[in-house]
Design a binder for this molecule. Sequence first.
Ligand code: NAP
Length: 334
Amino acid sequence: MSIPQTYQRIVLAERPRGPVKPENFRLETVAVPQLADGEVLIRNHYLSLDPYMRGRMSAAKSYASSQPLNETMIGGTVGQVVASRNAFFQVGDYVNGMLGWAEMGVSDGVLLRKLDTTRIPLSAFLGVVGMPGMAAWYGFNQIMEAAAGETVVVSAASGAVGSVVGQLARLRGCRVVGIAGGPQKCAYVVHELGFDACVDYKAGNLEADLAAATPDGIDAIFENVGGACLDAALARTNAFARIALCGLIAGYNGAELPIKNARALLLNRLTVRGFIVTEHMEFWQHGLQELAVLVANRQIKYRESVADGLAAAPEAFMGLLQGRNFGKQLVKLI
Ligand SMILES: NC(=O)c1ccc[n+]([C@@H]2O[C@H](COP(=O)([O-])OP(=O)(O)OC[C@H]3O[C@@H](n4cnc5c(N)ncnc54)[C@H](OP(=O)(O)O)[C@@H]3O)[C@@H](O)[C@H]2O)c1
């Protein structure tokens, strides 16, 4: 395998105020470093774009430290080992790492996972069989406690996380109702993913449409969005409903997220639990194995939005925060 002398990367040039803009990023060419003992050089094939990156771009206090300025943007990657001074990784191995928005990267092997691509395509390890899939698996299995016959509501239902939650719930025998933006996404959620119903929150009748889709109320919510989506679902909760609070993407660009139906929390004795999936690594091996079997057997379907080339990453990331993606947002580098 020939190794280039230089590669391209994208750094955070400045912190966004409000919506993310192209000038928040800078594309740079840098030299490929020499490997030290124990290190591995990887050529990234796909970069994952994820909503959490918006939080890292801010200097505000959070569960994780901020992305430093002028350094490679954080991000999950899958790629192939092109040089190795680590006995555990050989040239040609496919690996999943956190090498960021870059064509290549060096790892000490600690956070690197070898991938078996015989039954699962490489890109899926960044989505359905990766961190987003695990967020779905963890929230569904450890928080929602959804039984067969119960009604489950999932927001951002066509996306990387939401699509998996709904399909896990369907496999358990729940009544599954998605919330998504636009008729195309809703049609996909129902006809391709097998949800029982999907409410288009952009159609203007969210509360009434969700009420019609949940005639027996809601027993468990997987919340990815916040704002109006969460409020409409709160209004439909049954006694002792559970809420897995996974994300609040409607607020990531700075919008306030008031909760109007807070009364439901008390009146319906709701349980709300926020979680960060990377704080529950003890579940990952088991969860990823389960997801891999379901994907390989086509019991769980997934969809990807693929941007072409590293330079397309900022625009694709801005799109992700505005719902322009349709399925897991990736950037194809090779
Ligand atoms: N807690 C954790 O450990 C963890 C891990 C992974 C992901 N997450 C969270 O899970 C959520 C989904 O992430 P993902 O990777 O699966 O992304 P995704 O759903 O594939 O893409 C994001 C989607 O969010 C929706 N959206 C964006 N802005 C919105 C707005 N203002 N109002 C309503 N919907 C909006 C859009 O779908 P529509 O077109 O349908 O609006 C967009 O396609 C995010 O909140 C993310 O932060 C949390």
